[in-house]
Write a protein that binds this ligand. Structure first.
Ligand code: SF4
Ligand code: SF4
Length: 406
């Protein structure tokens, strides 16, 4: 695609990156067919090719409008289009840049600004979010359905193992996950402990930065990233083998630190190292498969439907690992029809674009239920909570299934 970027952006790092991405798009439209919002709305401007065109116009100097902002807001950032694109167009990076520019040009109505500020300020702060979630869980039966959907039933975290091991890995505790589903990280620690690996949480690490970054507060997102790098670095120097992610949304973000901080002289090198040693839990576990199978008292005979989060299958391009591991331990695991499509959770999307989000959830649950599962498993806290809000079938992180069996 030919481009002619406007003076205000063409000589900046972002402008040059956006220009290279735009030029790699040949406008073939293959991506449109697999875009969830295009499938629902049938409007070219609610598909990747149309959005790329809108962003090109803004980058070339045409003033963005509320309509431009709306079409970009409706994008889930699921990056399904990246998986489909034969030309390797990095849509996710482009939409980050495009949204940032539009945000500066188009002032949102007051109500939107308030909601986005609350999400951006409250979710990443554990000291604020955890007590709020606990209060919500206590009052859950009294809450209106719209809030119940966001407040999962409280689960006990169980015991965090205290044994010391020579092999150590860092774990990103995260921000909302420990409050919403504390069993996920403790189950991970117990499973790895049984395999003689110690999981260590750096006390000063926190939100990965994805929440602020995807709400167009790029500076705030990078502040979170720098804080985490500072918190993890002493453990990296002391020999931690990897940084383990139990939420694929966070993993996708941390794997991007190297790229996002490439122009920050004080952090670029460490950010690249941190990204390089970051692993989704499903990348860690296959190396332990034989040992794990040997430790199980009996195989896990359960019928399970697996929903691969977009941040895992499209963002990190990791496919087949969770299913492979679950099959090895005896689980009858199935992918549903259209398993490449987003469940509608997409970070804060389920709050900001609720109607589309719940349509996608219901479509996803219909397909998952068609496999007649006893349990639905996934790998990202957002997907787990969103799917559970629409079904009585238990929805869990896949590591909880393995922890139970051990
Ligand atoms: S993003 Fe890729 S698939 Fe979509 S129109 Fe451009 S080149 Fe084609
Ligand atoms: S990221 Fe997802 S919703 Fe956004 S354009 Fe790509 S496929 Fe469509």
């Amino acid at each position: 695609m030919q481009t002619n970027l406007a003076d205000f952006i063409k000589n900046t790092a972002e402008g040059q990156e956006a220009d290279a991405i735009l030029r790699s798009c040949v406008h073939c439209g293959f991506c449109t067919a697999t875009c969830p919002t295009y499938q629902l709305l049938g409007d070219e401007l609610d598909g990747p090719r149309g959005r790329i065109y809108l962003m090109k116009q803004v980058l070339e100097g045409k003033e963005a409008t509320r309509k431009t902002q709306l079409h970009l807001d409706r994008c889930l950032t699921c990056r399904n289009c990246e998986s489909t694109c034969p030309s390797g167009v990095q849509y996710g990076r482009l939409v980050d840049i495009g949204r940032g520019l539009v945000e500066k040009q188009v002032r949102r109505p007051l109500s939107e600004r308030i909601v986005r500020s609350v999400l951006k300020e409250a979710l990443p702060r554990k000291w604020l979010f955890t007590p709020a979630m606990k209060a919500g869980q206590l009052m859950r039966p009294l809450l209106p359905k719209v809030l119940q959907n966001k407040v999962p039933v409280a689960h006990d975290a169980g015991i965090w193992p205290r044994r010391q091991h020579a092999r150590k890995m860092l774990l990103l505790d995260g921000c909302v996950q420990p409050a919403m589903s504390p069993n996920i990280n403790s189950a991970t620690a117990r499973v790895l402990d049984a395999l003689d690996v110690q999981l260590v949480v750096a006390p000063k690490a926190g939100c990965c930065g994805a929440i602020r970054h995807h709400l167009n507060d790029h500076q705030g997102g990078m502040d979170d990233a720098r804080r985490n790098i500072d918190a993890w670095w002493p453990y990296v120097e002391a020999g931690a083998e990897a940084i383990v992610m139990t939420a694929s949304g966070c993993g996708s973000m941390v794997k991007d630190y190297g790229h996002l901080l490439a122009h920050d002289a004080a952090y670029a090198e460490r950010a690249a190292r941190i990204s390089a040693m970051t692993r989704d839990l499903s990348e860690i576990m296959p190396a332990f498969e034989d040992e794990l199978v040997g430790k199980l008292k009996e195989k896990i005979s359960k019928r399970v439907a697996y929903h691969p989060p977009c941040t895992l299958q499209h963002g990190q391009q990791i496919r087949g690992k969770v299913e492979g591991l679950l099959r090895a331990v005896g689980v009858d695991v199935k992918l549903c029809a259209d398993s490449h499509l987003c469940c509608g959770s997409a970070g804060t999307y389920s709050v900001l674009q609720a109607e589309l989000s719940y349509q996608l959830r219901d479509n996803k649950l219909k397909n998952l239920q068609a496999t007649e599962p006893e349990m639905i498993v996934s790998a990202n806290i957002g997907c787990l909570t969103h799917l559970q809000s629409g079904t009585e079938t238990p929805v869990r992180h896949w590591i909880e299934l393995i922890d139970q069996a051990l």
